[in-house]
Design a protein around this ligand. Structure first.
Ligand SMILES: Cc1ncc(C[n+]2csc(CCOP(=O)(O)OP(=O)(O)O)c2C)c(N)n1
Ligand SMILES: [Mg+2]
Length: 359
């Protein structure tokens, strides 16, 4: 499949089109349970994301990056195995949920609590990475370590189109290629890096083709098509596990919302462009696909929405309880098992200042 969809030829992988028609030849063999899980995760992601915006607007949560429009990403999480490692940037709530991340961690992170970064034991998700591109090196590093140790573990690192301009990304790509690291660089090309459009981010025709220079395959996929993302990631993960080395996946998608809650996208892009992508909504087409298979109906949707709303409310209640008990000093506790002398000094300085404020 990867050879067939050569990004240099301008072909990209699509299995489910915007009308919900499926390419029977390429359709992945997923059970009804698996298909439902994927759909339900996309719906939960959208609802949790929408709720987060309401929390931010009412002062209950800090600045955050919406995932709206990019929910097909959940397929990446479902194509991985439990023992694999995921290295997110900051717009991957869907993949994290597909990889069993407790939802309250997402809310906690954006309530400013370090606790949100602590993944439960056995759930191999790294904390969100805001320094653009840095997580690609962590992912490739873990994959190289897995190779040395002989562990059958694959690392997936996510980044944005803007992230591909960072030196970190190119270093990660080079190491991945040279050492045949069992990893996937998953690039969500959502057309914008804040207000910088894709066409001035790189002179390359596609992002996927960058892999060719580093000696491994790259594939461009319809990023609003969960079936295509699943098929491409599954194949890449299997190749990595078999010792065939890395893959770069370019997911062609669109950020429907602002860059973060601190951004106003109407200043730099047109309504026409947003509308074009809204017509390519990932959830809408998956719903039609399930409906045609006799899996989706109104009652199923209503029950699902109720279940998700309940799960979201419970996650917020948990997060707000932890957040209320969080102290500014906590930020020093998570970097190292033991604080370095510099951190200790800063910690004591903060404590003194907090005490002075209280007096
Ligand atoms: C190293 C670094 N430089 C700059 C920033 C500021 N910044 C935050 S997000 C962003 C753009 C990221 O765009 P992209 O990689 O396309 O991801 P997207 O936000 O579109 O998901 C920038 C420049 C940062 N966080 N880290
Ligand atoms: Mg982007």
């Amino acid at each position: 499949m990867i050879e067939h969809f050569n990004p240099l030829e301008g072909k990209f992988l699509q299995i489910l089109d915007k009308e919900g028609n499926v390419d029977k030849l390429l359709e992945p063999k997923l059970s009804v349970t698996e298909l439902k899980k994927m759909y339900e995760c996309m719906v939960l992601t959208r609802m949790a994301d929408t709720k987060a915006l309401a929390l931010q607007r009412s002062g209950r949560m800090g600045t955050f990056a919406q995932v709206l429009g990019q929910e097909a990403q959940v397929a990446v999480g479902f194509a991985m195995q439990k023992q694999d490692w995921f290295f997110p940037s900051f717009r991957e709530l869907g993949i994290l949920l597909a990889r069993d991340a407790p939802l309250e961690l997402f809310y906690l992170t954006f309530m400013g609590c370090e606790e949100g970064n602590r993944s439960p034991k056995g759930i191999n998700n790294f904390p969100l990475s805001v320094p653009v591109g840095s997580q690609t090196l962590h992912g490739v590093g873990v994959a190289m370590a897995a190779n040395i140790k002989g562990h059958k573990v694959v690392a997936v690192a996510a980044l944005g189109d803007g992230g591909t301009s960072e030196g970190d990304f190119h270093e990660a790509m080079n190491f991945a290629g040279v050492f045949k690291a069992p990893c996937i660089l998953f690039c969500q090309n959502n057309q914008w890096a804040i207000s910088t459009p894709r066409h001035i981010q790189t002179a390359s025709k596609t992002i996927a083709q960058k892999a060719i220079a580093y000696g491994f395959p790259g594939i461009q996929v319809d990023g609003n098509d969960a079936l295509a993302l699943y098929a491409a990631t599954k194949e890449a993960v299997e190749n990595a596990r078999k010792g065939k080395g890395p893959t770069l996946i370019e997911s062609l998608t669109y950020r429907i919302g602002p860059h973060t809650t601190a951004d106003d996208p109407t200043l730099y892009r047109s309504d026409k462009e947003v509308k074009y992508w809204q017509e390519r909504d990932p959830i809408k087409r998956f719903k039609i696909y399930l409906q045609k298979k006799g899996i989706w109906n109104k009652k199923y949707e209503e029950d699902l929405v109720k279940r998700c709303a309940k799960q979201i409310e419970a996650a917020i209640a948990k997060a707000e309880k932890v957040a209320a008990a969080t102290k500014p000093e906590d930020m020093f506790k998570y970097m190292y098992a033991e604080m370095t002398s510099e951190l200790k000094e800063q910690f004591e300085y903060l404590q003194k200042n907090l005490e002075a404020k209280e007096e």
